[in-house]
Design a protein around this ligand. Sequence first.
Ligand SMILES: [Zn+2]
Length: 318
Amino acid sequence: MSYRRAIFILSFVLLFYPKLINAESEKDIYEQRLQLYKKTEAVTNIPWYFLAAVDQYERNTLTDTSDEPLISITIPKHIWYGTGNVSYIEDERIISFFNGLGKDGNGDGKATITNEEDILYTFAHYLLSYGPSREDIKIALFHFYKRDLTVKTIMNTARIFKKFHTTYLPERTFPVSTDHNYSYRSTWGDRRGFGGLRMHEGTDIFANYGTPIFSTTYGVVELKGWNRFGGWRIGIRDINNIYHYYAHLNSYADNIEVGDIVSPGDLLGFVGSSGYGPPGTMGKFPPHLHYGMYKDNGKSEWSFDPYPYLKRWESMTK
Ligand SMILES: [Zn+2]
């Protein structure tokens, strides 16, 4: 190759490299992550979907997603290097002398707190130190996060990833059958009178009694049963740590139980007017599905407006 030709190719690459990175589809990042999880599984025997679920959970706690790292698991410095390793020496033997967790996963002789392979390898080793079973992993996660909902969410996310053999699950469905008549508008934040003055935390989708209600996302059924406000309701937590709340049902689908894994479009139940009183109360308002979305960030949970999402899912479903 001539010198000029080489220069030409080099400048071409430099000019378009950032664009090439941008064009890299969202799915490629999922593929890169999956490869890292599986590589770590190969050397630690911790199934990839547990590592993927922890990583996914941590990614969902990030507030700034503009510069999203490939792997989001973060291990606090004093836990990585060990208390007393004040100069943050990356030598595994020094770290282990100070009872730190940090390990060298990529074989460069250093346990680097910002290196993806080192992070995954270190976390897998931490899990292994409690034992290889599902129960052991649960205990290890509880000792790390000290929060029941976090452990439950990670374990359920792992079950979803295992079942579908991927972490890339972008499909969504509108929650009310689009083959039936229905109507809705943005009412999030409106005032509600029953049970003291409350804010309306959701969108009401009006439809006839018996109209099928579908799961909007992949997730696990977290709650099912009567609620004084919501009547017969069902709650599903998805892999983005969003809790989807379906209320005022007439009845449930036959085979739907707490702990079940659901996919977008799975039948959950039927539109009704249950709620606003003791179990069985019906007909205090026109039949509709109340659909609420709640985000959990590992510390607290808050409601946000489902309306823009419903609009998008409606056009994806139709
Ligand atoms: Zn409502």
